[in-house]
Every structure is written in structure tokens, then in C-alpha cells.
Design a protein around this ligand. Sequence first.
Ligand code: NAD
Ligand code: TYD
Length: 350
Amino acid sequence: MNKTILITGGAGFIGSHVVRNFVTKYPDYHIVNLDALTYAGNLENLRDIEEKPHYTFVKADITDALDMFRVFEQYKPDGVIHLAAESHVDRSIADPTAFVMTNVIGTVNLLNAARQIWKDDFIGKRFHHVSTDEVFGALGAEGLFTEETSYDPHSPYSASKASSDHFVRAYHDTYGLPIVLTNCSNNYGPNHFPEKLIPLCIHNILNSQPLPIYGDGKYTRDWLFVIDHATAIDLVFHEGKNGESYNVGGFNEWQNIDLVKELCKQVDEKLGRPAGTAEQLITFVKDRPGHDLRYAIDASKINKELGWYPSVTFEEGLSKTIDWFLNNKEWLESVTSGDYQKYYDKQYKD
Ligand code: NAD
Ligand code: TYD
């Protein structure tokens, strides 16, 4: 083993793809996946790689500072890729404190543990913080977020992620901790938890339930296939410049209503149903408070400096995603039983 890499949040949606990529591509690394297995974490996401000898799962909570020191002491990671987070905007509106605890305090606990174990000898070490484009706030009809765009978060989720980004940079500027950041746009793909727009709509189409569109549906997001995000993280972790951040996006903007119509069309085709069947489920509902109008990423820095570009078109990515959900109905059923129903009723039925 020539390196130990600690990946936090590796049982979640994006984290599981990052873990799989690293375990598959780097047999010489010891990959340690640290995850608290909250409602969003699921070891089913990693069944295909869990027996690999260079993979270890550790159930631990990043809000527990002492436990983070223990884990870092035990595994002595050379690199950290930090994805563990509370990640859903609507949940942050209902309960901001959980977002401060995990996203802010949890990140600081990891930074402290990294400093302690690396003892300010940072050669060959790196802390990669995985963040979001939502820290930049909202765009109007024109323009793109660049790495120089000022932070202007609006939701409790984006405020907590912005705060964690600032702490990561502060540890670089103050203590010299070697860091990189990635700020990525909306992901979609296999294993996506059905609280987010795309998997929620797939789940509801399959169960003939309404497809809730907030406000007028003209809010715009830039969508990226999750495996392309995992590839970008791999590149920036290995080749990104110390202290810098990289925006990652799909060059792929959609208004929510158009995206959901496209999704309906593809699902109807795959199920061999008459066109327009799923679209009848579209229901406009009360808007999200503080809803950001538009996110769109300028990903030219990572493209020019590291040669990264999305590998699949949106049509292909969406098709692969729908196929995955159609072939993994048990996964979908298991994550939508129990507490999910309570969340769903509170969010959509009140
Ligand atoms: P997710 O909610 O699917 O997964 C989060 C994971 O973190 C889960 O496995 C969960 O168990 C774990 N976790 C939560 N709290 C924890 C704690 N206190 N201690 C240890 N583990 C904990 O999230 P995701 O969509 O995979 O996002 C991963 C990261 O990428 C987050 O940092 C998020 O802010 C960022 N991001 C997400 C998107 C997106 O579109 N989903 C886009 C850009 C950036
Ligand atoms: P979401 O998937 O929650 O990601 P984010 O808020 O991080 O961008 O939402 C994507 C877009 O879809 C956003 O504009 C909110 C909207 N949306 C709906 O219209 N209905 C829904 O039920 C959900 C979950 C989201």
C-alpha cells in the first residue's frame, strides 16, 4: 500500500461513486470510507467492492471530534476527500442546526485531526473538500459562476457549505494545510436519494404519484452525471494546484419543468406507455422559500488546466439513470420505507 486515502461520506450518493472509482482504479491505495450512515448513507451502494482487501469501512460521526482524532491516529491517512454532509436544501430549511453541526463543525473536526496527525509536516499530504456551486448564490438570466465569483449563500445548506469552504481555506492560509476544493453543480445518477428532484420524480412516476414542481418551474440548474463528478474529484485530488479551487459543471442547463418533461418522456418510452402518460402527474406546488433562480458553472479552469470534460451527454446520462432505477426497484423501495414517508408527508402534504 503506497498511500491511505480517507474518504468521508462514502456511503452516500456521490461518495459511493468516488469510493468505487478509487477502489477500482488504485489497487495500491488503502481506501478508508468513513460514514455515519445517516438516512442518506447506504452500504448497499457499495456491495460490489466491499470485499476488496484494500477497502475498509468505518462507521463514525464527523461531529465527534475525539473520534475523528482516534480514526486519524489509527489509519494515518495521507489524503482526505471530504464529502460527508447534510446535503438537501429542503431539509436545511426545516432544521438548519443539523447542517451547522455536520457541515461546519464536522469539517473543522476533520481539519483539526488532519493537522494533528500530519504534525505540520505536509509533504505528500492533501485535504480535498468537496463543495457546491450553491455557495455562490443565485444568477439572473445571464452569467456563470467562476472560481472568482463572491460567495453569497442563501439557504441554510449553502450557508453551511460556504462556511466550511472558508474554514478549509483558513486552515491553508493560517497553518499551511495543503488543500484543494471543488465546487460542483447539481449531480444526478445511480444511487441518488429520492428527496432530490430527479430521483424523486422517477420514484413518483413509478408509483403514479404527483410530480411536485416548486413555483413556476422556471428555476434553472446545471446537471452533471455523478460519474463525471467522481472523475473530476480524482483529477483535482491528484493534479489540482495546492490552495486552489475548481468549479465543476455539466455545461448543461435545464429549467426544472423542461427537465421533468424530458424525464417523463424517457420513462414512458422505456415502459412502452403512450406519450404524455407520466406528464399528467406534473403538479405545481408551493415554492421553496428563498429559492435560487439559476445556477450555472463556468468549468473552463478544470477543462484547460486538467483536461476534464463531462464524458456523457445529458440524454445518455438520464437514460442510464432511469435504467438503473428501473433495474434497482428494491433499492428504491428500501430507501423510501420508514422515515422517508414521514419526511415526504411533512414536505409535500402539509
Ligand atoms: P448525500 O446526502 O447523498 O450523502 C452524504 C453522506 O454523508 C451520507 O452517506 C451520510 O451518511 C454521510 N454523513 C452525513 N452526516 C454525517 C456525519 N455527521 N458524519 C459522517 N458521515 C455523515 O450527499 P451527496 O449528494 O452525495 O453529496 C456529497 C457531497 O457533495 C456533499 O458535501 C455535498 O455538499 C456535495 N455536493 C453535492 C451535490 C449534489 O448535487 N448532490 C453537488 C455538489 C456538491
Ligand atoms: P434539488 O434536487 O433539491 O437540488 P438543489 O436544491 O440543491 O438545486 O432541486 C433541484 C431543483 O428542483 C430546485 O430548483 C428545486 C426544484 N425542486 C422541485 O421543483 N420540486 C421538488 O420536489 C424538489 C425536491 C426540487
